[in-house]
Write a protein that binds this ligand. Structure first.
Ligand code: ADP
Length: 166
């Protein structure tokens, strides 16, 4: 059985992430979407909130499961006998970081391959931080996040008067 892992912050999950999830789930027997907990980052949504949102929007994809992990993603992959790491590439600006991460991961876990899926054209400009910026000031995020979470994300991120942006 060919298993893959798709790690990310998903703060929040976007239509771009979901597209990568659907496409990789059709290539592999099983895909784990792994919410990587990074203690250096201050996310807008808690681990539980992000897990719940990812679970909700992927619940119709039978070979996808969702998990969270704090630590080295390669340790998670090794422990679960997963040898494919999926990442998404949008623009040239993603390349340098992704390249560095893939090479570092290969040094630590040579049995695994990082595979990159190119974004779909309509998600090229899409990032979680862009969603957060639009939502903060009351913009319409419907084109950017899956239908099931539009309301929740908009409500949680909207700045009320006097509140400062995070
Ligand atoms: P990280 O903090 O690890 O970069 P993200 O949640 O921002 O986590 O992204 C996870 C992965 O999804 C990364 O490989 C990123 O390049 C990819 N990704 C993010 N947005 C898109 C998009 N719109 N289209 C394709 N891939 C994307």
């Amino acid at each position: 059985m060919k298993q893959a892992v798709y790690p990310g912050s998903f703060d929040p999950i976007t239509r771009g992430h979901l597209d990568i999830i659907r496409r990789s789930a059709s290539v592999f027997d099983h895909l784990t979407v792994l919410l990587a907990i990074n203690p250096d980052k201050t996310p807008n949504f808690t681990v539980e909130e992000r897990l719940e949102m990812v679970r909700l929007v992927t619940k119709d994809i039978p070979n996808v499961t969702v998990d969270a992990f704090q630590g080295l993603m390669v340790d998670y992959a090794r422990k679960n006998e997963i040898t494919v790491i999926v990442r998404g590439l949008r623009a040239v600006s993603d390349f340098e970081n992704e390249f560095q991460m893939a090479l570092t991961n290969r040094k630590m876990y040579p049995e695994a391959e990082t595979l990159f899926l190119t974004t779909s054209l309509e998600n090229m400009y899409l990032s979680s931080s862009m969603v957060r910026d639009v939502a903060r000031f009351g913009g319409n995020i419907e084109p950017f996040v899956p239908d099931e979470i539009v309301e929740e994300v908009a409500k949680r991120l909207l700045l009320t008067e006097g509140e400062e942006a995070k």
